[in-house]
Unconditional design. Sequence first.
Length: 519
Amino acid sequence: MLPSNLLITRRWRDRIRPVYAQLSKENLEVAKLLIKIYRDYVGKKKGKINEVVDGLELNFDHRYLRGLSVLLDRRCQFESKAVIDPVKARRQVFKIAHEEGLPITQKARLVLLFQVATLLGVTVKDLEVSLYGDLDEELILKNFVSIDPEALVKQYNLSLTQTLLFHSTELTFTVIENWQYIFRQIKWLGLIYTIWRSNSGYKVKVDGPTSLFKLNRRYGTSIAKLLPAIVQSQRWSLNAKILRYREDRMLLNLELNNLKHGGYLKAKKTSSKTEVYDSLVEQNFANRFKALNTGWMLTREPEPLPVGKQVMIPDFSFQKGDLRVYMEVVGFWTPQYLEEKVKKLNMVDDVDMIVVADRHLACQKLDRIGKKLNVIYYHRKVPLSPILDYLKSKEARLVKKQVKRLRGEEFTLQKSIIEAKELAEKMGVLKDAMNEVLKEKEFHGYIRLGDMLITKTKLKQIGDKLEKRLEEGELNLVEASDIIENAGGRRPTSILDTLGYKVEWYGIDPKSAKISRKN
């Protein structure tokens, strides 16, 4: 965001929009010049930088220039050169000046400074540096993170829009993708929102700060912080009601979309690896579940689920192959919140849902959900056992169904070696289902080694290479494994056993394990 006095807008009837800086040669040259000034003035006072920027205002739009400067200031690290606390130093100088009288000559001033410096245990020079070392213009630019001129101009345009959104009474937008991050940001920022499913994706309405009982600057800032997440999407549109006090509190419409305005804006890239939890209960559960390595992929706040004309965002999803189960954690609640939650959960269609509820908070109201959803109560932490049992039961039923289907299908195998995992991915089934079928089916020209199929031809090639090597002398396990893997084989010990070889160990080192024919 930018200071309100730097906001540049254009109004037409009941519409308003920011006046974006074009990516013209002139605007880019201004941005490039300012970046160079900040880069060159590392180690100098902030006041010196401000003087240089002030001097440029005669040739360029001062609001655009100042806007860029504000953004560059945020990329700076300033430090004070004060040796002692400036407030303490000034207080002591004023105290002695009050007692002995104000110095009216340069000599009297030096005597006063000497007295204070001696009292504070510093030199006169250090005292003079510290007296006003906390003032903004006295700060020293220690470090500056540079930026590309075009990126700076786009960030300026984005900041203009954020400044305007600060005065919104409501914000409505639609997006096609990037919704996981957007909805996570909405919840993290504590915004009051309503979400609908639409033909173009999801339509979200966020109530603005001026729609509340009183103007809340912090809430307005949160609305503005949501904008970068929205414009990260490839396709988006935005409509906001802006309350402008200069127009006698008139509501104006702000309309933006990716086709007309996307090229002007810059969105800060956000790491998708960062996970944000609503509570320690959720974080504790996620950490414990992931540590078990069950084969189920746990996702925090997955894709939204249709609930009538709106959507809900489950807290977690469990996925294994095409099998997906959702989980909603119901912790702290108010009667209205719980009533709305129960209503939404009852509207979820054709979805496997586990509802985990705090026993001491949810009471029995969640029983209204009935047998449609699986309700698990917890105390302090979410129990893993009933959740794992539920997932295993869903997996077992799916495996049974997939095995029945696979029994009637024809398999086309082209590789000389193929594992159950590869076949399962190819056929779109779980690995356990494929393992069951491999035990039952006969595959012409192949031999099954556990959960792996290998052609008899490939097995013979490997056997011939091993036999030839044994004729030359002793063969250890490391050498045998290399021969098998170089020939395209996998699982050396299984192949050795199938070919009729045994491994004799003479220690823990594989090089000491000898390969020989079985009797």
